[in-house]
Design a protein around this ligand. Structure first.
Ligand code: ATP
Ligand code: MG
Length: 548
């Protein structure tokens, strides 16, 4: 079947006027096929088949029903990756309720923003996360919120219910199937907060279709794959690429519990003969800059990354270390994954340095001029935009808070502006330049921090870096770099000159960083994205301290 045919088929499946999400994601698949393999060192891995998932999610749905959860209600989880987590997510959807993911690295303030923003009445929490839900200055008390503790067994639990008790007491009868439509709400989540306060987005059921297409064409995953998406399901990429899309496609998905560690990543890739791997660039950078050697005997065939620019030093390393190139894919919480260097054999092409690829089937993108809503010629930098009418997988209509959507669509509604600056070449391959908020304008030139960061990161002393524009009377802005050094390297005037020369020779003579700061760590979102606005703010705070 052609890619366009597959788009039409999946769009029809996920936009039918009446549909049953639990059937689409679970019940229609063979009961004995593995849905998830959960790896949680030092324990032995556990698997969950589609049949087991169907049965456990029915029981869990009964337990949630007992708490009054019904269609449209928001249910949040603050849980690590586990069979309990995937069971709960499916149970929530079985009831026509709406899932609110909370990432386990969140502090109470981030949790409060999402609980209050979504209006979640039930939160299911792992015992080791429970303290974060104690009312305090960051999380005001809410007498109507029910806290349910996941995990095994009874015990002291501050008067909360235990999920296992609720499940044990619930009716063993399957819940009747609840139907919804493609427009029905599925997930209430929030953008990553890389550029400021996270924005609430409500994903309809049909949003999954775009992720299934991405799984099949972008990632190139098939039933034969040993597939692992290392992103956390607290974020759109992890929730859809590791859970919802594999469920929809009936593809087994590996989940590694716990925080990122280089050792556990290599061990899992090796022991589970992972053929298809995807992770944020920060994971690849962590593997690269670690002293832990790459194990021999990996089975990797396809590696992908998304969520942040894939700086070129990753592929300089991956070619030798992994024997393949990492394919860069581009997406955002609002829309899903519209651009990719596809792995699917029909769409795969030789990679071009620095390109995030072409539109995924079902998407049509262009670059609009900065000063008018018209597409530019190849090579011209502008605003990356989605042609809404020509993108059948586009489901985003606006944020939860409507005013926030104003800047996202052109006045005629034809184009959706991703908020990213970039260009495409004559072949239609797209290149990321910067987020609109991060663009540096120096003496009238637009400079994307990513291009300078990419050059700096090639220096052997550099582990990671962030580049911002600093105000300058003469030029408007000048470039300033924040550099984290690799272990064994020290800051020195010689190193500063080397880094400046590197940018002058590999990027542009005028665009070198005038100031370089060496810092221990970059400010990042819990999902690992560099928050340049905090570097800018930190800079302002520092300056105001000097003035005082
Ligand atoms: P917020 O909108 O709250 O500031 P965020 O934009 O980081 O946070 P996400 O939806 O998680 O929230 O991220 C989407 C953004 O991440 C994209 O708009 C783009 O800026 C960036 N991004 C994602 N993939 C890539 C990629 N492959 N290359 C460059 N940038 C990427
Ligand atoms: Mg964004």
């Amino acid at each position: 079947m052609s890619a366009a045919g597959r788009v039409a088929e999946l769009s029809a499946e996920f936009t039918a006027p009446v549909l049953d999400v639990a059937w689409l994601l679970c019940d229609r698949h063979p009961a004995d096929r593995v849905a998830f393999m959960v790896v949680d060192y030092p324990d032995a891995p556990s698997t969950l088949s589609f049949g087991e998932l169907a049965a456990s999610s029915h029981r869990c749905a009964r337990a949630l029903q007992g708490l009054g959860v019904g269609p449209g209600d928001r249910v949040a989880t603050l849980m690590g990756k586990s069979t309990d987590l995937v069971t709960l997510i499916l149970a929530i959807w079985r009831l026509g309720a709406v899932y609110v993911p909370l990432f386990t690295a969140f502090a109470p303030q981030a949790i409060a923003l999402r609980l209050e923003g979504s209006g979640a009445r039930v939160v299911v929490v792992d015992p080791d996360q429970r303290h974060k839900l104690d009312p305090g200055p960051d999380l005001p008390p809410d007498p109507e919120r029910r806290v349910v503790v996941a995990g095994a067994g009874a015990g002291e639990s501050l008067g909360d219910a235990w999920l296992s008790d609720l499940v044990a007491a619930a009716s063993p009868e399957p819940v009747p199937s609840v139907t919804t439509s493609g427009d029905g709400p599925l997930v209430h989540m929030f953008t990553s907060g890389t550029t400021g306060k996270p924005k609430g987005v409500i994903h309809p059921v049909s949003y999954i279709a775009g992720w299934q297409i991405y799984l099949e064409y972008g990632l190139g995953v098939t039933r034969e794959s040993s597939y692992w998406c290392a992103a956390d399901p607290g974020w759109a990429y992890g929730l859809y690429a590791a859970i919802a899309a594999p469920l929809a496609a009936g593809v087994p998905s590996l989940l590694l519990a716990g925080k990122f560690s280089v050792e556990a990543t290599w061990r899992t890739l090796l022991e589970h003969s992972v053929t298809d791997f995807t992770a944020a660039p920060t994971v690849y950078r962590g593997l690269r800059s670690s002293s832990v050697p790459v194990p021999r005997g990996l089975s990797l065939e396809r590696a992908s990354s998304a969520g942040e620019p894939l700086t070129p030093e990753v592929n300089d390393w991956a070619g030798a270390a992994l024997g393949l190139a990492v394919h860069d894919h581009f997406g955002q919480t609002e829309v899903g994954m519209p651009l990719a260097n596809h792995h699917h054999p029909e769409l795969a092409r030789p990679l071009k340095a620095g390109s995030m690829g072409r539109p995924v089937p079902g998407w049509s993108l262009t670059v609009l001029a900065d000063d008018q809503d018209e597409p530019v010629e190849p090579g011209v930098l502008g605003r990356v935009a989605i042609d809404v009418a020509a993108s059948p997988l586009m489901t985003f209509r606006g944020y939860q808070v409507p005013g926030q959507s104003d800047a996202k669509f052109t006045a005629d509604g034809r184009w959706y502006l991703l908020g990213d600056a970039g260009r495409f070449d004559a072949d239609g391959d797209f290149y990321f330049s910067s987020r609109d908020d991060d663009v540096i304008i120096m003496a009238g030139y637009r400079i994307g921090p990513f291009e300078i960061e990419s050059v700096l990161a090639q220096h052997p002393a550099v582990a990671e870096c962030g580049v911002i524009g600093a105000p300058d009377d003469a030029r408007g802005e000048v470039i300033e770099a924040y550099v984290v050094l690799r272990r064994g390297h020290d800051a020195s005037p010689t190193l500063i000159t080397e880094l400046q020369d590197l940018v002058k020779t590999r990027y542009a003579a005028h665009a070198y960083p005038r100031t370089i700061h060496f810092i221990d760590a970059l400010p990042k979102t819990p999902s690992g994205k560099t928050q340049r606005y905090l570097l800018r703010r930190g800079r302002r705070d520092e300056l105001s301290q000097e003035v005082r």
